[in-house]
Structures are given as C-alpha cells and as structure tokens.
Design a binder for this molecule. Structure first.
Ligand code: PMV
Length: 326
C-alpha cells in the first residue's frame, strides 16, 4: 500500500535538578539538548523493516516502538516502515527514548492521535511509561516543548499545560523557564543505564524511614536551584547542583564511572552532577565562564563522551515529508 512518508524530529534532554523526585511529583528542571532523534514512518516495501541508525538488528523488538504500535495499530496501517536516525547515545540518560517516542507520536498522531502540545505530550508520556512501566513526564516534556522547563505537581513558571495523573502521582504541570544563555557540558559515561530498574530501586530506598525527608530535600534544592537559574546566579546554581548530587548519592544512584568523570572536572567546572536516572548514564557540568573546552577535555581524558551544549529552543517538529511513500 502506498502512503506518504511522515517525518518528525525531537530533542534529547539533561535534567539539571530533581531527577527521581519528579516521579513523586516534586519539580525537576530540565534542559532540552541540541542532540536530536528523527523518525520517518513510510509505506513499507518488501525489504523494509524498522531501522535505527541504519541497523535493523534488535530494533524490531524495541519496547517503545512495540508500545506505540499496541496503542495505535490503525495509525500504522499502510505506513509500517520506520527509520530512526539519532545523535543521542541510547541508554545514556540524555533522553533518547523520549525523543524517539515523541517524534514517533508526532508522525503517527498527525491529524488524529495527538496533534499538538498537551495532547501530543500526554500521548508520548503514556507510550514511554507503558514501555518502561514507571517514570514521570519530564523527558517527554523536554522532547515536546524544548527550551528550559520546570515539571512537577507545583511547577512554577510560564505554564504550558498539565499532564494527567498516573500511578498515584501527578498531575504534573509543565512550565517554561527563562534560559540564562549559559553553555553546559554533558558527558556520557559509556555505561548504559536502565531507567525502569533504577527508578524501582530508588522506590525501595525511599521506603526507609528517611525516604520522605530525602525526597523533600531534593524538592527544596530543586526549587532553590530554579530561583537561582531564573536570577542568572551562577554560583547559587552551582551550589544547588552540588547539593543535588550529594542527595542523589544518598538515593543510591552513584556509579564508579560517573564518579570518575565528576572528579575529573573538579577545578574546571563550578559544579557537576549525575543527570537522569544515574547508575551509569551521564553527568552534567556547569563550567566556569569560558572554560567549557577545558571541562569537555577533562571529561574526555577520563573516558567520557562529552557534548558542549546550549539548551535547544525548539521542541518536536514535523518536517516536510517526501511523497509518495518511501
Ligand atoms: O531515563 P533518564 O536517565 O533520563 O531518567 C529519567 C529521570 C527520572 O527522574 C530518573 C525518571 C523519570 O521518569 O522521571
């Protein structure tokens, strides 16, 4: 069957404050990254199957693709080929899954499932959560809206939309925050993380008697960090990042590789912390002004894969598509 191909592209993300606590409704601050995932869905020809960066292997069984197909079997009829190209390292905690489901939802949702903003985001979140079993809408918010965002039950800022409650938490507000225009450095440890497993382990850790206090502390640091960011106060943002890092270690999401990277940038960065689920994944540094190359080199020398970034202003976009199919 012939059908026009459809393409959309969405950005990855780095969480500045509040990862894990956002699952329980506290506010996280997230930066969309200028690393993107592009998804094209097209009328399948004989030898086509889903491919990821040119590779067919394993991608047939991708849980996010499977979940999207399960939720919207009709949306794929006549367009069963899926091509994904991504500059976001998979499993890095830099939002590859969220960018994929959000771009995929944008293409299959055109005119029906989830056309824009709030509905596109809600559908992307439910697909990601359905595949992962746990989690908050923070990653899919960044992929949908771009820029700098606060996401939480009481997120402050310029409110964009809210995301329905699920799993006893939420609804989460998605709010836009001003971008102070700083340059950041993220680095992938090379150790892929497992978000579902790490969120579950953190859930068990939070059952202990100090669990609630630990979550409250992260929420408080995140709010303080947000105020500092909005005031373009670099030293105060750096202090909040260091405090958030200490609390993440108490949550148990440290890893020897992330610690090596964090140690490597001491003296170059004002602050650095785990970003995302942890237990591997990536780290995020705020360099002293003009020192981003030094920070990136220090990460690389310690074996990390660094990216010097400014937040991407653009969220998911549908791109002009080729017609006819393929
Ligand atoms: O998948 P990651 O590494 O980007 O982690 C997502 C952030 C968490 O707060 C740990 C989970 C979630 O869904 O909010």
């Amino acid at each position: 069957m012939s059908a026009a191909s459809l393409t959309a592209e969405a950005p990855g993300k780095a969480i500045l404050f509040g990862e894990h606590a956002v699952v329980y409704g506290h506010t996280a601050i997230v930066l969309a990254l200028p690393l993107t995932t592009r998804v094209t869905v097209f009328g399948r020809t004989e030898n086509d199957g889903p491919t990821y960066n040119g590779s067919r292997e394993k991608f047939e069984a991708n849980p996010y693709l499977r979940e999207a197909r399960r939720r919207h079997p009709d949306a794929f009829s006549g367009r069963t080929g899926v091509t994904v190209t991504s500059s976001i390292p998979p499993g890095s905690g830099l939002g590859s899954s969220a960018a994929f489901v959000t771009a995929l939802t944008a293409v299959i949702g055109e005119g029906s499932v989830a056309a824009e903003g709030a509905s596109l985001h809600a559908e992307s979140f439910l697909t990601e959560r359905g595949a992962q079993g746990v989690g908050s809408p923070v990653d899919t918010a960044a992929a949908t809206a771009g820029g700098v965002l606060g996401v939480g039950e009481a997120a402050e800022g310029d409110r964009l939309w809210s995301v329905p409650a699920v799993g006893g938490h939420g609804p989460w507000i998605v709010a836009r925050l001003p971008d102070p225009g700083w340059t950041w450095v993220v680095a992938y440890t090379g150790v892929p993380k497992d978000t579902g497993r790490t969120v579950t382990l953190v859930g068990e850790r939070l059952q202990r008697s100090d669990g609630r206090a630990l979550l409250e502390s992260i929420g408080e640091v995140s709010r303080r960090g947000q105020r500092a960011l909005c005031a373009s106060d670099r030293p105060a943002v750096a202090r909040a990042m260091e405090e958030n890092q200490r609390l993440l270690l108490e949550l148990g999401v440290g890893h020897p590789r992330s610690q090596e990277l964090l140690d490597a940038v001491k003296g170059h960065a004002l602050a650095a912390k785990i970003t995302g689920a942890g237990a591997g994944g990536s780290v995020l540094a705020l360099p002293a002004e003009g020192r981003e190359l030094d920070v990136a080199r220090a990460f690389a020398r310690a074996g990390g894969v660094p990216f010097i970034v400014r937040p991407a202003t653009q969220g998911v976009q549908r791109l002009a598509t080729a017609d006819p199919s393929r």
